[in-house]
Design a protein around this ligand. Structure first.
Ligand code: WT7
Length: 648
């Protein structure tokens, strides 16, 4: 497996710095054993710290693969993120500090956020939204996205956030799969000084979404800027956010909801062409996000906490919105790009707001590393006390750079492994307790039973990452497709949760994640399916067949290489590669744009007709070719090899 050689040689150890250890929320190593002894009691102790309208009668009901947590309990996530804090000094504390890319600043205290959420929740009710209805949110990184999520949670509506970088077609498919009645969007968003036209994409998507009755549009850009003439509003369908909330009361009681009430859907890519709507429910997500934020990010009352993820991804759900607000923290939210107007924007923000906890992705860290030490060097980063990483394996070099240059060698780095499906962090150091090894996510969070198994499902030193028992935030299924849920996650190793990641366990029991073992690609931290990109290519009138692979990339982890065969009469004209790339962008979004298109007369296949991706990877990487004996027609590979260079 890739990366293994480097990781095997990595033997540096970083114990928690003494000042950090002494002040940490969690200092007792005994908690691991205590949690393992009684996992249910462990999770229950966190649930008890939150507000329940009605207590649960059973902590867990588990029949593979269906879990119910805090059975019979009634709670409300929005209440726990907001109302619960209003009786204390947190009432006037900043909940959200927001900075727009052009530089505007906004602060929302817990009291103000509560009012805005109540107003929007009342607005949702006015529009006819009821418990269980789905709402798609296609929004920029503005407080209103968090407000809309919390408003849905308040009345028991289900939010489905679609990342603003997805195309109109991708948005349309997700709206339809979730059968959303309402779309909430914005006139646009600022990115690198230009306007991302969200409403325009939404309008295109809405041509094919018969279920959507109303569209609420938040005015982010406005008609007065040089690039904005304003957006067209469709009478009877579209209404402005500000008009809707202006007429609402700022009081809306949080609805007591059964613990297993669906909280959100979040679409993610799997191994087929069709994205999966991952289902998460209320009580478990709440308890898991609360506990992990408290212990892993060591949240203190006075902290300024910044997770750079877009709320369109699961990291933004759990660690921009729910986890930190459940803990009464101050969350920093930034709308735009890290290199606008200059490559020091993040460091400028950290200095300006005196950020204490900073959580970002390896692909960003590697980019900062490439940009050079001068950019962070210009700023006072001494407020930072804890750093985090998520999304893909972090290579030891990037870890060391992050620790030294950003963390001033004084901040622990928590490398956190988890997935859209797991809902919250599963494997991570506890910063005041764990000796860190660069490149390892270290140990399973207390109460989580992670392991590595071989092909036969036996516990092993290297192989596949599995989870042996249920956890509160685990997915409850794939929306509308219970069979796929069972098959995808629970049948590879019966009774064990199959994560799809390769992993190694060292002598100390630390986990070293090695990347995906299926047809899921991580590109700049974004999760893509090779099949999804292939379907987008085959959708183009010139393309007969395609096979997409990931080629290791220094910064993005993977670059996207597409092998394409054309229909009989089509010639590969000079402009065709760009045309095909544009087609993928149109079908999925710019995040899926192939880096390379390689035309071939045929794709290498086994006698049973399976595309041999291993060979394609070898060709793309210019490596010596693997075993070709099962190949139906060995000359196909020979031809590709001749065209794209002889392997070393
Ligand atoms: C996949 C899940 C979890 C939030 C963001 C990604 C990879 C995630 C790590 C890590 C090594 C990691 C895995 C996983 N991954 N964190 N710390 N070390 N790999 O969520 O888009 O659902 O992707 O991201 O391959 O399966 P996601």
């Amino acid at each position: 497996m890739k990366g293994m050689d480097i990781l095997l040689k990595e033997d540096r150890v970083f114990p928690p710095p003494e000042p950090f250890r002494r002040a940490a929320n969690i200092q007792d190593p005994g908690i691991y054993e205590a949690a393992a002894r009684d996992r249910l009691a462990f999770w229950e102790s966190f649930a008890r710290q939150l507000h329940w309208f009605r207590p649960w009668s059973q902590v867990l009901d588990w029949k593979v693969p269906d879990a119910r947590w805090f059975v019979g309990g009634e709670t409300n996530l929005s209440f726990n993120c907001l109302d619960r804090h209003l009786g204390s000094a947190r009432r006037t504390k900043a909940a959200i500090l927001w900075e727009g890319e052009p530089g505007e600043e906004r602060t929302l205290t817990y009291t103000q956020l509560h009012r805005e959420v109540c107003r929007f929740a009342n607005g949702l009710k006015e529009l006819g939204l009821r418990k269980g209805d789905r709402v798609t949110l296609y929004m920029p990184m503005v407080p209103e996205l968090a407000i809309a999520m919390l408003a849905c949670a308040r009345i028991g509506a289900v939010h489905s956030v679609v990342f603003g970088g997805f195309s109109a077609e991708a948005l349309r498919d997700r709206i339809n799969d979730s059968q959303s009645k309402l779309l909430v969007t914005a006139d646009g968003s600022w990115r690198r000084g230009t306007v991302v036209p969200l409403k325009k994409s939404a309008d295109e998507a809405l041509e094919g979404t018969p279920g959507v009755e109303k569209v609420v549009v938040f005015r982010r850009i406005g008609p007065s800027t040089s690039s904005g003439q304003g957006v067209p509003m469709k009478p009877g369908r579209d209404l402005w956010w500000h008009d809707l909330v202006a007429r609402q009361s700022d009081r809306c009681e949080a609805e007591p909801l059964d613990s297993e009430t669906m909280l959100y859907l979040l679409y993610t890519s799997g191994t087929t062409g069709k994205p999966k709507g991952i289902v998460h429910t209320t009580g478990g997500t709440m308890t898991g996000c609360y506990a992990t934020t408290k212990w892993i990010f060591d949240i203190k009352e006075e902290d300024i906490y910044w997770c750079t993820a877009d709320i369109g991804w699961v990291t933004g759900h759990s660690y921009v919105v729910y986890g930190p607000l459940l803990n009464g923290a101050t969350v920093l939210m930034y709308e735009g790009a890290p290199d606008h107007p200059a490559k020091d924007r993040f460091w400028e923000i950290i200095e300006k707001y005196r950020v204490n906890i900073f959580y970002t992705a390896p692909t960003a860290i590697r980019t900062f590393m490439k940009w050079g030490d001068d950019h962070p060097g210009k700023h006072d980063l001494s407020s930072l006390r804890l750093l985090g990483s998520v999304g893909e394996p972090i290579n030891p070099e990037a870890w060391i750079w992050y620790h030294r240059v950003i963390g001033g060698a004084r901040c622990p780095v928590v490398d956190t492994w988890w997935q859209t499906e797991t809902g919250h962090i599963m494997i991570s150091p506890l910063p005041g307790l764990t000796d860190l090894k660069p490149g390892s996510a270290t140990r399973a969070f207390p109460g989580i039973e992670a392991d590595v198994v071989d092909d036969q499902g036996k516990s092993a030193e290297a192989g596949y990452l599995v989870i042996r028992s249920p956890w509160p935030g685990m997915m409850r299924g794939i929306y509308g497709d219970p069979e796929r849920y069972k098959k995808q996650y629970w049948e590879r190793f019966p009774g064990l949760y199959f994560a799809g990641d390769g992993c190694r366990k060292d002598a100390q029991g630390y986990f070293w994640l090695l990347g995906r073992v299926d047809d899921v690609l991580k590109v700049s931290g974004h999760r893509l399916s090779t099949m999804e990109i292939e379907s987008a290519l085959v959708d183009h009138p010139s393309v007969a067949e395609s096979a997409v692979i990931g080629k290791p990339h220094d910064i993005k982890e993977n670059s996207i290489v597409a092998f394409v065969t054309l229909k009989g009469s089509v010639q590969a004209a000079a402009g065709l590669p760009d045309e095909l790339k544009a087609h993928v962008v149109k079908k999925i979004g710019s995040l899926a744009r192939p880096d390379e298109i390689i035309f071939t007369a045929e794709l290498p296949k086994t006698r049973s007709g399976k595309i041999m991706r291993r060979l394609l990877r070898d060709i793309a990487e210019g490596k010596a070719l693997g075993d070709t004996t099962t190949l139906a027609d060995a000359s196909v590979v020979q031809a590709l090899k001749e065209k794209y260079g002889e392997p070393e």
